[in-house]
Design a protein. Structure first.
Length: 215
């Protein structure tokens, strides 16, 4: 029969081994969390190249966004409905991304006949937009209509509205990756959209990091 001392030694040894096992499991799980792939967002189509004009009156090419993530929406400055909400929410997103250098915001006017570069510049100031990373665009009516409908897959009934036929446009934000692929649509009128976009951006950044690590 084992002595009392032997039993104590065996008990201590078993507890020590159990402790080592727990720490090892914890470290293993930590390693799993670090290396676990990010949630893969589906590609919902690619945005074709386009050219418009900025709030500064300068030519703008979508090629300048290559290597950047974009968040895009449709607005017009005389909109008394959802546009102020969309722009305010995008301003909140810009503030949250203040320390992120590779995300650009793009607001495209669907009323180009009225929204000249000067008008868009004043609109940007109204919402304290940092135009270093947030561009407001205008251009030819047909170009904007084609970009909205065929490029960003956003609904747009008219780009020459009046009191009898007001402009009706999508209220969604569009998330585009660095390769120009659409990766998400969000209801831009809700606060929930902000946290969802930021979360999805984080997934895209982890996806990019893991892809680079495999190269």
């Amino acid at each position: 029969m084992a002595s009392k001392t032997q039993r104590i030694l065996w008990t201590v040894l078993i507890l020590a081994l159990a402790g080592i096992g727990i720490f090892a499991l914890r470290d293993f799980l930590k390693g799993q969390e670090i290396t676990e792939p990010s949630r893969i967002l589906p590609s919902l189509g690619s945005v074709p190249p386009f050219e418009l004009v900025t709030q500064e009156g300068k030519p703008f090419s979508s090629s300048s966004l290559k290597g950047k993530y974009w968040i895009v929406d449709l607005i017009f400055t005389n909109c008394g409905g959802t546009c102020p909400i969309l722009t305010a929410n995008l301003a909140s997103i810009q503030k949250a991304l203040a320390k992120t250098s590779d995300v650009e915001l793009v607001s495209i006017s669907v009323d180009p006949n009225n929204d000249t570069p000067e008008v868009l510049a004043e609109y940007a100031k109204r919402y304290n937009a940092d135009t270093k990373t947030w561009t407001f665009l205008t251009g030819k009516v047909q170009t904007i209509y084609t970009i909205a409908k065929d490029g960003f897959k956003l609904s747009l009934d008219s780009v020459s509205g009046d009191e009898m036929n007001p402009i009706v446009h999508s209220e969604r934000f569009v998330l585009v990756d660095k390769q120009g692929n659409i990766r998400g649509f969000y209801d831009g009128t809700t606060k929930e959209a902000q946290s969802k976009i930021l979360g999805d951006l984080g997934d895209l950044m982890r996806e990019e990091k893991q892809r680079n690590e495999r190269l």
